[in-house]
Design a protein around this ligand. Structure first.
Ligand SMILES: [Zn+2]
Ligand SMILES: [Zn+2]
Length: 259
C-alpha cells in the first residue's frame, strides 16, 4: 500500500500548506483518507477525483483533523448528478463525542460508522485496530494492515507519551507519529516530542519513522533556520538505526518498498 501526505502541520495551516490528512491506497486501488484537515480537499484533488474516494477515518474531532470534512461532502453532494452516480461516503469515527459523531452522517451523502478499541474492523482491503491516546479530547491511534500484503501502517493520531504505544506500534512498516514538540517537553498531555517518537520507534522496531503534526515555529533556543531538520535529527538520535523522515505535502511512501 501507498501513503501520500496531503497536510502535515499541527494545529493550523501555514504558508499555503494544510493540517493532518493522508491518503492511503491499497494494492487493489482502494482509497482511504486518514483525517481530513485544512486544505485536504484541494490537495486530494491534485491526486484523484474526490468523487472516487472510498472511505474516510478520523482520529478525533479537533478542527485541524476535520476542517475539510464538510466541504469534501459538499463536493460530492453538489456535483452535477448527470456526471457521476452518487455514492454514500463511509466515515469512520469514535462515538465518545456524540454530537461530533452524529455530524458525520448526512443522508444520501455520508454515513458515520462507529469504531472502538475492543475489536478489529475492516475497511475495504484493510484490517484496522485502534487504541485510545493521551489527548485533551478522546482520540485514537490506528494500526492499519493490508490483508493482501501484510504491510502495516501505524498512525498515532494526536497523543502524549503513554506506556502501550510502543507495543501498539510494534512491527509496523511505517510509523507515522505526531511530533509537535522538540526534545525537552517530554510527558506533555497532548503531543509527543521528537525524543519520545524516536524512542518508541526503536522499541517498536518499526521499519521507518515519519514525523507529522509538525510545529510551525521552533522553541526559542533552537535556530529558526531549517528548524524542522533539527526536529528530525533529535528523533533520529533516539531512534538510532531506524530511519526518520519528515512528512511533506505530496511525499509518498510505498510500504512494500521502504528504503
Ligand atoms: Zn492536531
Ligand atoms: Zn488534537
Amino acid at each position: 500500500m501507498k501513503l501520500q501526505t496531503l497536510g502535515c502541520w499541527g494545529g493550523y495551516p501555514y504558508q499555503e500548506q494544510g493540517t493532518t490528512s493522508f491518503l492511503l491506497t491499497g494494492e487493489d486501488g482502494f482509497t482511504l483518507l486518514i483525517d481530513c484537515g485544512s486544505r485536504a480537499l484541494n490537495e486530494l484533488e491534485k491526486i484523484m477525483s474526490p468523487l472516487d474516494l472510498d472511505a474516510v477515518i478520523i482520529s478525533h474531532y479537533h478542527p485541524d483533523h476535520v476542517a475539510d470534512l464538510g466541504v469534501l461532502r459538499h463536493y460530492r453532494q453538489l456535483y452535477p448528478k448527470d456526471q457521476w452516480t452518487p455514492r454514500v461516503l463511509p466515515i469512520y469515527g469514535h462515538t465518545e463525542d456524540a454530537h461530533e459523531f452524529a455530524k458525520l452522517t448526512i443522508p444520501d451523502v455520508s454515513e458515520g460508522i462507529a469504531y472502538g478499541p475492543n475489536q478489529a474492523f475492516t475497511i475495504g482491503s484493510f484490517t484496522i485496530k485502534v487504541m485510545k491516546t493521551v489527548h485533551p479530547v478522546p482520540c485514537y491511534a490506528m494500526k492499519i494492515a493490508e490483508q493482501a500484503t501484510g504491510q502495516v501502517l501505524v498512525f498515532t493520531g494526536d497523543t502524549g507519551y503513554f506506556d502501550g504505544l510502543a507495543d501498539f506500534a510494534s512491527g509496523a512498516d511505517l510509523f507515522l507519529a505526531d511530533v509537535y514538540f522538540y526534545e525537552g517537553k517530554e510527558n506533555h498531555p497532548a503531543h509527543l516530542t521528537s525524543k519520545e517518537a524516536g524512542l518508541i520507534a526503536k522499541e517498536a522496531n518499526v521499519k521507518k519513522l515519519i514525523l507529522t503534526h509538525l510545529p510551525q515555529f521552533p522553541e526559542p533556543h533552537i535556530s529558526p533556520d531549517n528548524h524542522l531538520e533539527t526536529l528530525r535529527q533529535q528523533a533520529q538520535h533516539w531512534a538510532e538505526r531506524i530511519p526518520v523522515e519528515l512528512a511533506q505535502p505530496h511525499k509518498v511512501w510505498d510500504l512494500g518498498d521502504l528504503t
